[in-house]
Write a protein that binds this ligand. Structure first.
Ligand code: PLP
Length: 342
């Protein structure tokens, strides 16, 4: 009805007044080429268009210098993480994860009865690879490394990570979540998957490529592992819409957009960190599009300040140190954020 559509428009307008600094989305995206692809292909949404699956898989394989058989598409990296959780849960045991790290998806592991083995970060909030190795035992089914880590934004050195996964993956599956690697200059671990049967890399178009709502991500792994994960997908090769696949193909060609976003993020992040420091907030060096900082020495009610100013921020992660996370938005949004908490 006309009324319903009016309400819808109003609700969008209300949303426009909010500043979203909670979910690490790209404030500039989707890329111009992706927008064009969405607009130009609406008319083919009536067909399944199975052949487009092969096109996006080839484009992703090419970008990551692997074969098509090493790629599995999912509705965001969330679907990939969920498939890995289901796969490793076929056999009972435990899983090893840093704490804090990105763990919304591990509810599947918990529901299937795996035991969570949490490994504290180092004092400077880095993933403690040595302690992770020590936490692994003969019943470990999965080791998860988020690199760079969410919520801390810290990164593992590549050589140390390669050594870690090479060693650990001999006996257990290792899942490397590279959701935020596009915000760094570090090379993906994609080049080692074909030599190591138990490594899975999860990647997404949600962050740097600005397609969070389009829901498209992927796994890179050895062919056998990809086949095993694919067998657990109820709608094999069809969970991502045709429009999202075409937008992702276009995004991969839009290198200018990616390099612009990279530089904008660096610049706005630097500004935000320097302002947070002026407010006595200790900040962890970030390799991502978000910042992990402490409210211990901040003397106002941070969350009330955000609420009063229509800003959606993160939550508290480590109660004692009052650590929280804020997404790096556009410069004008971060100026409003800083003004709100000053
Ligand atoms: N992995 C990490 C580390 C994340 O931060 C997120 C989302 O915030 C995801 C995976 C899931 O992202 P998506 O399903 O949108 O690809």
């Amino acid at each position: 009805s006309p009324l319903a559509s009016e309400n819808l428009i109003n609700s969008f307008e209300n949303d426009a007044n909010l500043i979203f600094l909670r979910s690490n989305e790209n404030p500039y995206g989707p890329s111009p080429l992706a927008r064009k692809a969405f607009a130009e292909n609406v008319n083919i949404s009536n067909r399944y268009n199975w052949d487009i699956e092969a096109q996006i898989i080839s484009a992703i394989a090419l970008k990551n210098s692997v074969k098509d058989e090493n790629i599995l598409l999912g509705a965001g990296s969330t679907e990939i993480l969920d498939l890995v959780a289901k796969f490793v849960s076929l056999d009972k045991g435990n899983y090893v994860i840093a704490d804090p790290s990105y763990d919304y998806w591990t509810v599947t592991l918990d529901n299937f009865g795996l035991t969570k083995n949490k490994v504290p970060l180092t004092a400077d909030k880095k993933i403690n690879l040595k302690a992770m190795v020590e936490a692994v035992n003969q019943n470990t089914k999965l080791v998860y490394i988020c690199n760079p880590n969410n919520p801390t934004g810290t990164i593992c050195k590549r050589e140390a990570l390669v050594e870690f996964v090479t060693n650990i993956s001999q006996n257990t599956i290792v899942l490397i979540d590279e959701t935020y690697l596009d915000f760094t200059k570090q090379q993906s671990l994609s080049n080692i998957v074909t030599d190591h049967k138990n490594i899975i890399i999860a990647k997404t178009f949600s962050k740097m490529y600005g397609l969070a709502g389009a829901r498209i991500g992927y796994a890179i792994a050895d062919k056998t592992l990809i086949d095993n994960l694919s067998n657990l997908q109820s709608n094999t090769n069809n969970s991502v819409s045709v429009l999202s696949k075409l937008a992702a193909i276009a995004s991969l060609k839009d290198e200018k957009f990616v390099s612009n976003c990279y530089l904008l993020n660096e610049n706005v992040r630097q500004y935000t960190i320097s302002e947070l420091k002026k407010l006595n907030c200790e900040c962890i060096t970030s390799n991502t599009n978000f910042i992990y900082f402490s409210l211990v020495k901040y003397n106002k009610d941070y969350f009330k300040q955000l609420e009063d100013n229509n800003i959606e921020g993160g939550r508290i992660y480590e109660e004692q140190g009052k650590w929280t996370r804020i997404t790096v938005g556009k410069m004008d949004e971060m100026k409003k954020f800083i003004k709100a908490i000053q």
